[in-house]
Design a binder for this molecule. Structure first.
Ligand code: PHB
Length: 393
């Protein structure tokens, strides 16, 4: 046989052994666990992506960077919060880098791309932020888990809070894309059920921050309150522009808690008094939260926020799942069962997985005060997303 023919014959034999499943388990499971991180490392959501990344790494560092005895290796892709590149970027991690688990992302539009790839390839997918409903509702899947929230979860309890404060007429304002629209859906449900009236819904395209014309419109409408969804540095800009437009103190400002996450320093006094609902608060007075915050600050020289917590919980979930199968992530039924039954001892408080693979969790009422999101109550206890249209479990 010529060398070329010998090589061809050998690779054919190897291929058939692999496809017969003879080599796959030992070959695939003996090396390092390949972890794909698809997050925004540039653009408006870069601080959110970096915080998620840090959180994942911190949870893994705590267990010596081992999953069920196997070392880990990271593969990173910057998704730029660009939905049109979602499928292509997720495919790079799955096909080129052959990741065992794909962790991502922040932006709901990009998540649609990851989700498509996850459903088509069956790769384990853990969502550390993006709240798009379909991922754990109509398009739920056994290999897709979320450690964050559904977009309507944090805002569902906001309307009742506003009505309790006597704010009966509100304007809703957001970025017009899945996250803003679905956060608006949750807000609307809660506010209308509590007897409130939404006088106008306003929006601008993501990641636009030209708020001026919309603030002028709000001033003319004279509602009792404004409720909103914005996130990242743009949240700080919205609060500052709101104050600069002379609305602060005249119209109460509420938000999905992302508004004030990681940006209180940047927003300065413009954030003081803003009330929000969210599944985390930096000021949670528990030993678990305090030790996490200390450890995170030491490791990364910055303060953690909700995105860091969600990344951290993603790591905790992965550790629990991998330990249950002793690092053999190819044992999918056992792996998924362990992840479904996991109790995550999170800095946000303990939470469990719903049947559609989304956290069942407390939603806190917070008020921004002197650079802190102060917890002033629990707006919803053990809140589960309905998982409408999901036929798992
Ligand atoms: C989303 O696009 O799903 C999203 C982004 C940022 C947040 C929350 C949700 O803070």
């Amino acid at each position: 046989m010529t060398t070329r023919r010998l090589v061809l014959a050998r690779s054919a034999a190897l291929l058939s052994a692999t496809s017969a499943g003879l080599l796959t388990p030992s070959f695939a499971q003996s090396g390092k666990v390949r972890i794909g991180l698809m997050l925004p490392y540039t653009g408006t959501f870069a601080p959110l992506g970096i915080a998620c990344d840090n959180g994942v790494r911190l949870a893994l560092q705590e267990v010596g960077n081992k999953l069920g005895g196997r070392e880990v290796e990271f593969f990173k892709v910057d998704d730029e919060s660009e939905p049109s590149k979602g499928v292509e970027n997720a495919t790079k991690l799955v096909q080129r880098d052959k990741v065992d688990v794909l962790i991502g992302t922040v932006h709901s539009g990009v998540q649609m791309g990851i989700h498509k790839v996850a459903r088509e390839t069956g790769v384990l997918s853990i969502i550390p932020n993006a709240g798009m409903h379909a991922a754990t509702r109509t398009l739920c899947a056994p290999n897709v888990f979320r450690t964050s929230f559904t977009n309507s979860q944090p805002t569902r309890a906001l309307g009742k809070v506003m009505m309790d404060k006597g704010h009966k007429k509100a304007v809703w304002i957001t970025w017009k894309y899945a996250a803003g629209d679905e956060a608006g859906e949750g807000f609307k449900e809660g506010y209308l059920a509590a007897g409130g009236t939404i006088v106008k819904e306003l929006g601008l395209p993501f990641p636009n921050v030209e708020f001026q014309a919309l603030l002028t419109e709000i001033a003319a409408l004279k509602p009792d309150a404004v409720a909103c969804f914005f996130a990242g540095p743009s949240g700080a800009k919205f609060m500052k522009d709101f104050a600069a437009a002379g609305l602060k103190g005249k119209i109460a400002l509420y938000g999905s808690g992302f508004l004030t996450e990681g940006v209180l320093e940047a927003a300065g006094p413009a954030a003081d008094g803003v009330m929000t609902t969210l599944h985390y608060s930096d000021s949670l007075d528990t030993p678990r939260n305090k030790s996490f915050r200390l450890e995170y600050a030491k490791a990364f020289k910055m303060q953690p926020d909700v995105y860091a917590v969600q990344g951290y919980d993603t790591g905790l979930l992965l550790v629990q799942g991998a330990n249950a199968v002793k690092g053999d992530l190819s044992k999918k039924p056992e792996l998924y069962k362990a992840m479904e039954g996991a109790v995550i001892d999170s800095p946000r408080g303990k939470w469990t997985m719903s049947k559609s693979h989304n956290p069942v969790q407390d939603i806190y009422l917070r008020v921004a005060e002197k650079g802190e999101n102060k917890v002033i109550g629990v707006a919803a206890k053990g809140l589960s997303d309905p998982g409408t249209g999901c036929r798992m479990g």
